[in-house]
Design a protein around this ligand. Structure first.
Ligand code: 5AD
Ligand code: SF4
Length: 429
């Protein structure tokens, strides 16, 4: 490969796992003397790392590909690749006028070899890929670290098991080595990632155990994790979270629906009462815990009374925040075949109603913090010259611009800006 022809641009869409994967890809490319540039126009290689979980995410990628037609016309040598879930979900994209190659999620190692000869095509995947020995070094205060890949759950609406394959857990030594190297490069907050992180299992080591081990690395000031499934939360998880100081008392636990009928159709494997029991346990052991969720409205067969059950559950549980979506019909999933698909207009209306309800709760929960003191680790710049940080429960808190990134302060919350609690610095923690 010519040295002058090694500039790449990468754009990441979708979830945290994709952000992590982009770091893995960058790491592999930098070893080959590639250089990252900040626009497609400057690049020899344009990579779009994509998401297929909902139609909307996918449309953004298709839109971007269309807008790259002009670039391909004036710089026909630019190699354009679609990476990630869309590459797997839409194999026909190889016929798209601007697409040179497709690289699905388990193909990135092969991609690097392939780039040396630069051909058109779909890069083959390594079925058991864990990217175990690749240690990312994003030089960030807060970094992701993937500990599992894939998912075995097959929720009836979800493409992930098809695009990312079966679950694989990474060896503990690799996780610990990567965590240590992140700390050495300046990371103070690590967020462990897995599509269903509870299911981590490697030679008798389970998720709570790996959590403990990463938490005992010196220099890890905050340790979080995403995403848990209510169906298989390990028994001792909450007691580990409560006992270890640097593990944030933050649980992202997708409920998806408040109706048992819909939960069954979604193949989620729990009922609302089971979910509520988990929340009660979490709140008993971690009274100030931060709880967020994912909800889908307008799933096939969801009647107004089912949607009401979701609204009621939201009011009862009072999540700190929720990520809310209108159901998106994904070809190849089981629910795409279900009868009684809900009209798009109704899905949108329900989504608006749900967002309205949750926004009130989010604001109230933020207001409850007024007058309280929190230990906040400053992680970055916020709006209007403010700084943003996280407290020990992983809640975002805003403070004055004088706060130094990477430092921990005692902050007294005195108001709420939009949804975000804002406080003044009392002293360094
Ligand atoms: N339609 C809408 N939302 C979906 N999600 C996953 N698949 C779909 C779909 N087909 C949501 C779920 C999941 C989150 C990552 O995305 O709520 O937890
Ligand atoms: Fe998709 Fe369900 Fe797996 Fe989450 S647990 S990635 S929603 S199949």
């Amino acid at each position: 490969m010519e040295k002058s022809k090694n500039k790449f641009y990468i754009r990441t869409y979708g979830c945290q796992m994709n952000k992590y994967d982009s770091e893995v890809i960058k790491n592999l490319l930098l070893k080959l003397n590639f250089r990252e540039v900040s626009s497609p126009e400057e690049a020899d290689y344009v990579f779009l790392n994509t998401c297929a979980v909902r139609e909307h995410a996918e449309k953004r990628v298709f839109g971007r590909l269309d807008s790259l037609k002009g670039l391909k016309r004036v710089k026909p040598d630019t190699v354009i690749g679609v990476l990630g879930c869309v590459a797997k979900y839409h194999p026909e994209l190889i016929g798209h006028p601007v697409v040179d190659f497709l690289a699905p999620p388990d193909s990135y190692r092969n991609l690097i070899q392939w780039l040396k000869t630069k051909r058109k095509g779909t890069i083959p995947e390594n079925e058991n890929e864990e990217y175990s020995d690749i240690f990312i070094s994003p030089n960030k205060i807060s970094s992701y670290l993937s500990i599992t890949r894939g998912c075995n759950y097959f929720c009836s609406y979800c493409v992930v098991p098809y695009t990312r394959g079966r679950i694989r857990s990474r060896p503990p030594e690799d996780i610990l080595e990567e965590a240590q190297s992140l700390v050495n490069s300046g990371t103070k907050e690590i967020i462990l990632l897995g599509q269903n992180i509870n299911a981590y299992h490697y030679n008798g080591i389970d998720f709570p155990e790996i959590l403990k081990r990463v938490s005992s690395i010196k220099g890890v000031k905050r340790l979080g994790f995403l995403t848990s499934h209510p169906g298989d939360l390990p028994k001792e998880l909450f007691s580990v979270m409560a006992a270890f100081d640097n593990i944030t008392n933050y649980l992202h636990l997708p409920l998806q629906s408040g109706s048992d009928k819909i939960l069954t159709r979604m193949n989620r494997g729990y009922k609302l009462k089971d979910y509520i029991k988990i929340i009660e346990e979490a709140r008993n052991l971690m009274p100030d815990s931060n709880l967020t969720t994912d909800i889908i409205v307008g799933f096939p067969g969801e009647k107004e009374e089912d949607f009401q059950k979701t609204l009621d559950a939201m009011k009862r549980i009072r999540f700190d925040q929720a990520y809310m979506f209108a159901y998106s019909n994904r070809k190849g999933t089981l629910s795409a075949l279900f009868p009684n698909q809900v009209e798009k207009k109704v899905r949108k209306q329900r989504l608006q109603r749900l967002i309205y309800t949750q926004n009130e709760i989010t604001r109230e929960k933020a207001r409850e913090l007024i007058g309280k003191e929190r230990e906040v680790l400053i992680l970055g710049e916020g709006k209007k010259g403010c700084k943003l940080g996280k407290d020990r429960n992983g809640r975002i808190i805003m403070t004055d611009g004088v706060a130094k990134i990477g430092t921990e302060y005692i902050i007294k919350i005195n108001k709420v800006n939009g949804w975000v609690p804002f406080g003044g610095i009392k002293k360094e923690a």
